[in-house]
Design a protein around this ligand. Structure first.
Ligand code: LMR
Length: 316
């Protein structure tokens, strides 16, 4: 997808740097061979390596998909412990080495995909103080796109005609998918989704839980976690961040909270954002009712707990 221009633009040549652990070097080389074999005109080079310093050298955009996956019987705390170790040791050195805040504001823009994505982003921020917090984000676009998909199916409209759903909070089952500001284009113009669905119960219950549980449902069906939709969402996230969001449209991104909407500072939380010239900004002034507020708080509380767990391992 990246080498076909879906992330950085259809006319933007790219050099792909791919990093994996030494045990995966053979498979990684296989991917490199396939990239060569695909004869992709935008692909101007491939670096396939297990060496972090080589992988991060000169990189402008980093998509961190590597993490320790949750295995049967693992508690969230175990998952956080494993990932803190990965994000602390591996990424810190590479990013610090590479980032130059003096010469270039946008030297490195990072998207964390690996779960627990919000807290991995926080750990990364703690260990890479030279990278401004605004250059580190985590993926909730997958949840955002899932929300658009569900609304489109419910209304029988094209997904491209639905916009401005919001996913608040953590990329976990406490996230709050919120359709209260979403709109859909119909033969009679653009209308609020709430008016078109006219089923408050569906919007508050079924819609919310389908989107919250979609990752688990995909794992159940495929016996593997989402891959196509996650990759597509990662491309959407980076493209909009770098090239800008369409006028009048916002997207959801996990970003370092500045306290907007009374979300506590110091956690990576998914907000509605617009992007321009490589910078995101949180959409301000949206109305949040009591129902939404309670859901948003629940997810913030979970992130706060994750932060406490992570800090135990960070300082150990
Ligand atoms: C997803 O939302 O599809 C994944 O984050 C689920 C997972 O745990 O891999």
């Amino acid at each position: 997808m990246i080498a076909r221009g879906l992330m950085l633009g259809l006319d933007q040549p790219v050099v792909l740097h791919m990093l994996d652990i030494p045990q995966m070097a053979g498979a990684l080389n296989g991917v490199r061979m396939e990239l060569v074999d695909a004869a992709l005109p935008l692909l101007r080079g491939v670096v396939a390596t297990s060496d972090e310093a080589e992988a991060f050298q000169g990189v402008n955009f980093a998509v961190l998909i590597g993490g320790w996956p949750r295995k049967e019987g693992m508690e969230r705390k175990d998952l956080i412990a494993k990932n803190v170790a990965i994000y602390r040791i591996k990424i810190k050195i590479s990013i610090l080495m590479n980032f130059n805040p003096v010469t270039s504001r946008r030297a490195l823009q990072v998207l964390v995909v690996a779960n627990p994505a919000n807290t991995n982003a926080l750990v990364l921020k703690e260990f890479a103080p030279a990278v401004p917090a605004k250059n580190i984000t985590c993926l909730t676009r997958l949840d955002h796109n899932r929300a658009l998909g569900q609304i489109s199916e419910k209304l029988g409209v094209h997904v491209g005609d639905v916009r401005n759903a919001i996913v608040w909070g953590n990329h976990s089952s406490t996230q709050f998918p919120d359709a209260s500001h979403a709109t859909a284009r119909t033969d009679h113009g653009e209308k609020p989704v709430g008016e078109l669905v006219a089923d408050e119960k569906w919007l508050r219950d079924e819609f919310v839980s389908i989107v919250q549980q979609r990752g688990a449902a995909v794992i159940k069906a495929r016996k593997q976690s989402s891959s196509l939709s996650a990759a597509s969402a990662a491309c959407d996230h980076m493209r909009d961040w770098i090239l800008g969001t369409p006028k009048g449209t916002w997207v959801s991104m996990g970003v370092y909270s500045d306290g907007s909407y009374s979300v506590p500072k110091g956690i990576f939380y998914s907000f509605p954002v617009t992007c321009e010239k490589g910078e995101w900004s949180i959409v301000q002034g949206l109305q949040v009712d009591d129902f939404a507020r309670s859901k948003m708080e629940l997810s913030a509380n979970e992130l706060d707990e994750e932060r406490s767990m992570a800090s135990e391992f960070v300082s150990s």
